[in-house]
Design a protein around this ligand. Structure first.
Ligand code: BDP
Length: 690
């Protein structure tokens, strides 16, 4: 009996040691702070022994608290807060160093009163916070903190997440559960998760958050909601984050009882002024309004024959006394007779210089709508006298939702570094913007983003908004080290998976510059055959223009001439196959540089995309046992879904395009699994988030 008890005890002990206290589910994001291996910890042993905070604002306290938490975890020892400086102290203090700007920081190894210390300095507390996270990042990725002399400042002043969260708790195009914000229990209940969210944002330099959907109800501007917004603002503020709201242009009518929302009507202008005053009494550092106007049926100034300038400047006037700004979106397309890709440029370029100085025009990365690949939006560089924001979509509405692994760092790098050749010869997209806004991929899911790898897109967005010249590859590596650990084999395996992943999606969904072939409304899966929707530009056939002779949208001078919206030299960047069918209608038999005909190349790319996913699966399988079990399994399962859906895309698109091209498949190419009619008949009434 005694022996039996001992065996049970031993078994229990083994179980307790072998099972982690809490399975890894991704909740901790990249802020995992698990102890580094002992021999690595050694390297940091003379440093980081205590935190000395020389200033006492709330944001600085967040910085010190996070450092204490992070260093204690990583170095597996208590790193206390102290008031006196001793050997190894991390000192956090304000300074006056104009070169660091409002949010920059320095981290230096210096001797303070004979002691060896690491000093984080900034002109204001937000810089201290970013400096603290930068130091933690170094330790977490096992870089030296010896002899440091680091100086950083963000290139863009406004680094923003746009949540498309609705007041009923759903998230438009959200694949990560419900909204983070629980409007029913706010303002009383301040879910600790809000603070974890703020920490994650701050760690990558996000300083602004729009908390509600661009397609919004005006109710968010009523008193009860403003109280809830104020509670959220209080939680986000110590992490350097300002709250913005999407404002519905018709609010003066919807909730104000006015008969019009005409921006030149004195009563309307008065209403917005009073509303702005009210918002600022609730949230003294409120950021401003984001507006989707006269876009996809949303109300706007054109309803009253006024211009975007009239609308934006009216709101700018109301916010100006308080230091607020207006983010006015340029996502517009209304004319059935004009190429959709041209319309935003045609409407906004002539308005350059007319917007108030506290208006920022927010432009999607490409001229259509967050497609897997688009050329950069021609408005970048075309409005030199207007502040511009680049809007990217972090949530992968058009890139396989949360179950497809697609690292978007490479996509954003492509657009940010694209050369506009205006206003200067040397200009790139990044030189033409003062802000970046990312449509968030965050929700109530335990992993925040609905998948482990979609966290990388949140991370990369913030890091690129801080430093748009950073390389997507180094950001990927940094994230992997923080989220999956520093094991060189893990890093070596995941970096190429991530770096190739977005091109794989392009290839199995919309290769060679195709766009918008997704299912109607929900955008789940392929539907290139759809041609019966009310407006021409809602139909995939509008975009690919395939028939028996050829395929592609002619946007050269013989077609819509959208090409002319770019500087001629900039347009040269689109001469490769990646943009072929975006700008040209070509014959199926035309031969490309690859030696294949357009038809064969199209099929080759579809196949290649599927092959790439197959390889990602194979590479991931090699990591079994090298990363924690739960996250490993989730990624493996999602990659299996991705491969199945990639094949579905490939098969459906080849079946459809072959029904038009009437060309045979090259030797060795597998025919689609089912006839075209099978794919056409698929229905998805429960596809998420639309
Ligand atoms: C489209 C989305 C739609 C958004 C719209 C926008 O499908 O849900 O409302 O963008 O950006 O891509 O306003």
């Amino acid at each position: 009996m005694r022996h039996f008890n001992c065996v049970i005890l031993a078994a229990l002990l083994w179980l307790a040691l072998a099972t982690p206290a809490q399975a890894e589910d991704g909740y901790r994001l990249w802020l995992r702070y698990d102890p580094l291996p002992a021999h690595v910890r050694q390297r940091y042993s003379p440093d980081a022994t205590e935190i000395v905070l020389k200033t006492n604002g709330a944001i600085a306290q967040s910085a010190a608290g996070e450092l204490q938490r992070g260093l204690s975890g990583l170095l597996a020892k208590q790193v206390p807060n102290h008031t006196v400086v001793r050997n190894g102290a991390v000192v956090i203090r304000l300074t006056k160093d104009t070169a660091l700007g409002a949010e920059g920081f320095s981290i230096r190894s210096v001797r303070t009163a004979g002691h060896r210390t690491t000093v984080i300095e900034a002109n204001n507390e937000r810089g201290l916070l970013y400096g603290a996270f930068a130091l933690l990042r170094r330790v977490q990725t096992q870089r030296s903190i010896d002899r440091l002399d680091v100086r950083e400042r963000p290139k863009l002043a406004l680094r923003m997440l746009d949540h498309w969260d609705n007041l009923n708790g759903s998230v438009e195009r959200g694949y990560a559960g419900r909204s983070l914000w629980d409007w029913r229990t706010l303002p009383e209940w301040k879910d600790p998760r809000y603070t974890d969210y703020a920490r994650a944002d701050a760690s990558i330099g996000i300083n602004s958050v729009v908390i509600n959907n661009v397609n919004t109800q005006a109710d968010i501007l009523t008193e009860p909601y403003l109280k809830k917004v104020a509670a959220l603002a209080d939680i986000l503020r110590p992490w350097g984050i300002r709250v913005f709201l999407s404002a519905r242009f018709s609010a003066p009518m919807d909730i104000g009882g006015l008969k019009t929302a005409d921006p030149l009507d004195p009563a309307v202008r008065g209403w917005w002024k009073a509303k702005a005053d009210e918002v600022y009494t609730e949230v003294h550092d409120f950021g401003g309004f984001l507006v989707k106007a006269n876009s996809e049926g949303e109300p706007g100034p054109q309803d009253y024959h006024r211009t975007h300038v009239d609308g934006a400047n009216m709101l700018a006037d109301a916010l100006r006394p308080h230091g607020g700004i207006v983010l006015w979106r340029a996502f517009v397309y209304t004319s059935a007779n004009e190429d959709r890709a041209k319309q935003a440029y045609d409407e906004f370029a002539p308005l350059d210089g007319k917007f108030a100085e506290n208006v920022v025009v927010q432009i999607k990365n490409g001229p259509i709508d967050f497609q897997p690949r688009e050329p950069f939006h021609p408005l970048f560089g075309a409005m030199p006298h207007t502040r511009l924001a680049l809007e990217a979509q972090i949530t992968k509405e058009y890139l396989g939702f949360n179950t497809h692994l697609a690292y978007l760092g490479t996509m954003w790098e492509e657009v940010l570094k694209a050369r506009t050749f205006r206003p200067q010869q040397s200009s790139r997209v990044t030189d033409t913007i003062s802000a970046m806004a990312g449509v968030a991929n965050i929700g109530s899911s335990r992993s925040w983003s609905g998948s482990q790898f979609d966290q990388a897109n949140w991370y990369a967005f913030g890091r690129l908004a801080w430093e748009p010249d950073a390389s997507a590859k180094s950001i990927a590596e940094e994230w992997i080290r923080m989220a999956w650990g520093n094991d060189p084999r893990v890093v070596r395996t995941i970096v190429p998976m991530m770096m190739r992943s977005r091109q794989a999606v392009v290839d199995y969904m919309t290769p060679l510059g195709l766009a918008h072939l997704m299912g109607t409304d929900h955008h789940y899966g392929p539907a290139p055959w759809v041609s019966d929707l009310q407006r021409p530009e809602w139909n995939p056939v509008y975009y690919h223009r395939a028939d028996t002779n050829g395929i592609g949208f002619d946007r050269t001078a013989t077609g819509s001439n959208a090409m002319a919206q770019y500087e001629p030299k900039a347009a040269q960047q689109f001469s490769g196959d990646d943009y072929l069918l975006w700008f040209h209608h070509v014959q199926w038999d035309q031969r490309l540089d690859t030696g294949r005909t357009v038809w064969d190349e199209l099929v080759w790319r579809y196949d290649h995309g599927v092959d790439e996913v197959h390889e990602m699966r194979r590479d991931w399988a090699k990591l079994r046992g090298s990363v924690d079990r739960q996250r490993f399994d989730e990624v493996a399962a999602f990659l299996a879904i991705q491969e199945r859906e990639a094949k579905w895309w490939r098969d459906a698109c080849i079946a459809y395009f072959q029904s038009l091209s009437h060309r045979p498949l090259a030797r060795g190419v597998a025919p689609p699994e089912h006839p075209l009619s099978y794919y056409e008949a698929l229905r998805f009434p429960y596809a998420p988030a639309h």
